[in-house]
Design a protein around this ligand. Structure first.
Ligand code: GLN
Length: 552
């Protein structure tokens, strides 16, 4: 057997400001390299102390993306999976908290053999060990490591130190890509390079020299400024890449290839790669074109509560849901228009519910706690009675069941234990396996998490959408449909079309097509498995129902 070549490592770091698209840049680099026949895996490093992203409010940090193995991670992991079309694992994600926790555990287990354990080098060494392990397990030719935050911050210093040490260990196999921002002040009208020059210098102070600079800005970077950056930042001129704002994030890899980025990366890394895979590339381009060309709209109301941050609307809390809807809309030549509705409004002013009629479909994504819940239940009722397509994800499914119990089974105080533990009719109850965690207040990483099998019932909307009997979907919840109510709910027409293989956990609830065009909820989160080139079947069925409503 031929000896496997050394694994290559690409560190991606950010300069000047956050939010310039390091995640999408890393994902796009992965995609263009994969398209050259290389096997790629990606790692996200988050500098916070939280051991994982699971304990954070989405308005703090955006969506919590759940991996197949149940790890609760940053939303960038979703971008990697979607762009690369792969499943990542807990090895692909780390935080400061996780790294310290591991080092301290090892110390307690005498794994450092009596040495004094210090922040440097032991923390960077642990980081390096994790990066190498992730590459090895994925049998990767290239590992892309995105270091969260911006250079110059205190928080990510030890990760930069790890990157620097990797370069010393594997001088030929480690390269650095810096994603930086070039502002165009409106009064000046010219793209300015100075902040980027300073950011590169700051990175230099950590002992790191970027090999490639991705110049993010509102517009393209001209030759003159490319030369300037090249000269002042010590980067070969062909390696300053113009990355203007694009119509959609799916255009970014296409722009990179216009700049011949995969050639350049392979060249610096010293890897031989094949010519771009035309077929795969064309499918990507076709998908990106659909995102441009789909003109007919489909209007989706998203009802939840994690939208507002100060005066801004933060759609990031539901990033995967939005992406999943887009993919399923684009394949049907539709452009989704999202409206964010705060469920609390439907409690304060129930007359606002009538406004829901103008939407082609309603989505209630996952959520926790009691705020806004009554408003959601009111809107589920409205969707059911007015035959507006309704898709409930996790909490959205549990609240569908509660609405049905209250208004069809006439159990007026039906509720979830999460909201009203005192109710006599706990239709959604805490899972047996969760009781102990709640008692001990052990909340981190303890929900029912990750991929679990479910079986679908023949003749249902779900079964037809998936066109298979057995599915695996990702979960993140503590509560479930209380088995005591299942028979009554089904007797009154609600169908549990998906169940766990043993049959006791309700995974999908729906009304038959004759009663409602699409009234369905899933205990799992289908959005985590939607991919640009393979949209999720349930989202596709939902959008189809929305398009039909429009025609009605
Ligand atoms: N709060 C509910 C539960 O824990 C739903 C969770 C979710 O929507 N992800 O079961």
């Amino acid at each position: 057997m031929a000896k496997k070549k050394n694994c290559k490592y690409i560190f991606v770091v950010g300069g000047v400001i956050s939010g310039v698209g390091k995640g999408v840049t890393s994902s796009s680099i992965g995609l263009i390299l994969k398209n050259r026949g290389l096997s790629v895996t990606s790692i996200k490093i988050d500098p916070y102390i939280n051991v994982d992203a699971g304990t954070m409010n989405p308005t703090e940090h955006g969506e919590v993306f759940v991996l197949n193995d149940g790890n609760e991670t940053d939303q960038d992991m979703g971008n990697y999976e979607r762009f690369l079309g792969i499943d990542l694992t807990r090895l692909n994600y780390m935080t400061t908290g996780l790294v310290y926790q591991t080092v301290i555990e090892k110390e307690r287990n005498l794994e450092y053999k009596g040495k004094c354990v210090e922040v440097v080098p032991h923390i960077p060494l642990e980081v390096m060990g994790r990066i190498k392990e992730a590459g090895k397990r994925a049998d990767a030719d290239v590992v892309i490591i995105e270091i969260g935050g911006t250079v110059g911050e205190y928080q990510n210093m030890l990760f930069l130190e790890a990157a620097r040490m990797m370069k010393i260990e594997y001088p030929k196999d480690v390269i650095f890509v810096m994603v930086s921002y070039l502002p165009t002040p409106s009064k000046v009208g010219e793209m300015k390079t100075k902040p980027t020059q300073n950011a590169v210098r700051t990175l230099n102070a950590s002992g790191i020299q970027p090999d490639i600079l991705i110049a993010r800005g509102e517009t393209s970077l001209d030759e003159k400024r490319k030369e300037k950056i090249s000269l002042f930042c010590n980067i070969l001129s062909g390696r300053v890449i113009s990355a203007p704002d694009m119509h959609s994030i799916y255009d970014i890899p296409i722009n990179f290839e216009k700049e011949k980025l995969s050639d350049k990366l392979c060249d610096i890394l010293g890897v031989t790669c094949r010519k771009p895979d035309k077929k795969a590339w064309n499918s990507w381009k076709k998908f990106a074109k659909l995102a441009h060309d789909s003109k007919d709209i489909v209007k989706i109301a998203m009802i939840g509560k994690y939208f507002e941050t100060g005066d801004f609307i933060l759609s990031d809390s539901y990033l995967s849901v939005i992406e999943a809807i887009k993919y399923s809309a684009y394949v049907q030549n539709r452009k989704p228009i999202f409206t964010w509705l705060n469920s609390v409004d439907f409690e304060k002013s129930p007359e606002k519910l009538k406004g829901l009629k103008k939407y082609d479909g309603i989505v209630v994504p996952g959520g926790f706690g009691s705020r806004g819940v009554e408003g959601i239940i009111n809107s589920v009722k409205f969707a059911r009675e007015n035959k507006i397509p309704y898709f409930g994800l996790c909490y959205g499914m549990q609240l569908l069941v509660i609405e049905y119990a209250r208004n069809v089974l006439k159990i007026k105080d039906a509720n979830t234990r999460e909201v009203n533990p005192g109710s006599k009719n706990i239709v959604i109850d805490v899972m047996e396996s969760q009781k102990e965690h709640l008692k001990k207040s052990s909340y981190g990483g303890s929900m029912r998490l990750g991929g679990y099998k479910a079986l679908l019932r023949d003749g249902t909307i779900a079964r037809r959408a998936y066109s298979k009997k057995e599915i695996i979907e990702r979960h993140r919840h503590r509560y479930e449909v209380n088995p005591a109510f299942i028979a009554d709910l089904e007797a009154k027409g609600l169908i549990f079309s998906g169940r766990s293989p043993e049959g006791h956990l309700m995974e999908i609830a729906e009304l038959p097509k004759e009663k409602h065009p699409f009234f369905l909820g899933t205990q799992f989160h289908p959005e985590f498995l939607a991919r640009p080139l393979s949209p999720h079947p349930l989202f596709t069925a939902f959008i189809k129902a929305c398009i039909n409503k429009k025609k009605r």
